[in-house]
Structure formats: C-alpha cells, structure tokens
Design a protein around this ligand. Structure first.
Ligand code: ADE
Length: 242
C-alpha cells in the first residue's frame, strides 16, 4: 500500500506517522508514505502563494486550484498506471469514515490524500481530481492533516503483515459490528478485583460464549445504535421443532 499526502504541512504527517507500528511497517516495505508540499507547485515564484480571497466575498482565504492540480499531476505521473488508486479529499463535508470504509480503501494500491487549510479548496480542482470526500466525524479541525493521519493509521493496520497478529484485526471492535469484550492480564487479582473465573477455566467454548455476551452488553450500553443494528442482522434462532 502506497500512501501519498498532498499538504501544506508535510512534516506534520511524516513525523506523526513514522514511529511505532507504522514506522516498522515502512521499514519492512509493507507500506510507504510520501508527503508532498503543495506550496512547491505554486506558480508564484516569489512568495510561493497558494491561497486567495473567495469570489462573492466572505471571510477567509481559499486554496487555489492551480498549485493543487499541478501537485496532483506530478504525483500521478509517478504512480504506475496499472495501479488502482483513490483520491481522498479530507473534509467535514464528506461521508463519515468507519472501519468498513477503511477496509474498502485498503484494497487500493495507492491512496492519495488531499489536505485542505484555510476555508477550503477551489471547487473546480476538486471536481477534476477527487474520487472520495471523507470526514472523520461531525466536528471541524483546523486542517486535513490529522484526519488524513487517522485514516492512514486505520487503513495500515489492515495491510497484511502490519500487525504482528492478523487475528487481532479480525476479532477487535467494529469488525463484526460489536465493541470488543473486556480483557485482562496478570496478576489474577489487582486492587481486590479478580479476573472473571471463566477466563482461567481453559474451556475455549465457554470463553468464546462469555466474550460474545460481554461484547453484546458493552455495545448495548455504550453504542445502542450499533447494538440494534447487530440484533436486527442476527435474529434469535427459532427453537427446533421436535
Ligand atoms: N477537516 C476539518 N475537519 C475535518 C473533519 N472532521 N474530517 C475531515 N477533514 C476535516
């Protein structure tokens, strides 16, 4: 998986994503991350300006079409034409990102993230290059870099080999539409609280049943809308006729 980020703050993204699990995945060539400074494509040789006032008036500046388009064309020319790619504009006006969308994006060879600043980007260049408009939630950040980083982190975990243990990506929260069950490590008793005895029983069937029950209870309490959706998709089986 090759990630490309078009941004005015490339260091923010490259430094933020180069440690820990993603740093290791990059050194193993499982993923790559290229951060491109849109300002380098400004036609304004002197001040490298990339923004201007909006037509029709209103507060704030808008990123202009030309530097964004030239940055994109340069990047596109370096990507193998046989590769599948998506161009994602991170914006609060997009579809809300979730685990399912992450899994869909993880199928592409190349993902290009376009990060806006100021009041946004000239609509005409968006129409020209963007394939997906994506938000990370119903709140507004100062720029698209943090949302792009959130998405890159989430998608990278789904790339085979990035997590040491692929099973953990399958059983965790959201993959099956439920929140994950509670987990415990040593010691067996801490601050007077004991690990649930069933987890020490060695009976894997019982442990699985208990975990599903805990997932259901936790989801019902913390995310009732997810619980309702899961219950609708898993109606209780009618009792067997004798
Ligand atoms: N840019 C600013 N706020 C955002 C959000 N919530 N999601 C994606 N991009 C954004």
């Amino acid at each position: 998986m090759d990630f490309h980020v078009m941004t005015l703050f490339p260091e923010m993204v490259s430094q933020g994503l180069s440690t820990s699990i993603l740093g290791r995945a990059m050194s193993k060539n499982l993923i790559s991350l290229e951060c491109i400074n849109i300002r380098d494509y400004s036609a304004d040789q002197k001040h490298h300006k990339v923004d201007d006032y909006t037509y029709g008036g209103g507060a704030g500046m808008l990123m202009q079409a030309q530097p964004v388009y030239d940055c994109y064309k340069s990047l596109e020319s370096r990507i193998d034409s046989s590769h599948t790619k998506r161009v994602i504009y991170v914006t609060p006006q997009g579809k809300v990102f979730n685990q399912q969308l992450a899994a869909e994006f993880a199928q592409a060879d190349d993902l290009i993230f376009l990060c806006g600043h100021y009041e946004g980007i000239d609509e005409r260049v968006l129409e020209e290059i963007v394939t997906d408009y994506v938000s990370i939630g119903d709140y507004v950040l100062t720029g698209g870099e943090l949302p792009a980083m959130v998405m890159i982190d989430t998608i990278s975990r789904l790339v085979p080999g990035v997590l040491n243990n692929d099973i953990s990506a399958e059983t965790e929260s959201f993959t099956d539409g439920l929140l994950e069950y509670p987990q415990y490590s040593r010691p067996e008793e801490w601050m007077g609280k004991k690990v649930p005895p069933i987890l020490l029983s060695g009976d894997h069937k019982k442990v699985d049943e208990w975990r599903l029950q805990m997932s259901l209870e936790r989801t019902k309490e913390r995310r009732p809308e997810l619980y309702e959706a899961w219950m609708a998709a898993h109606p209780p089986k009618p009792p067997k006729k004798r």
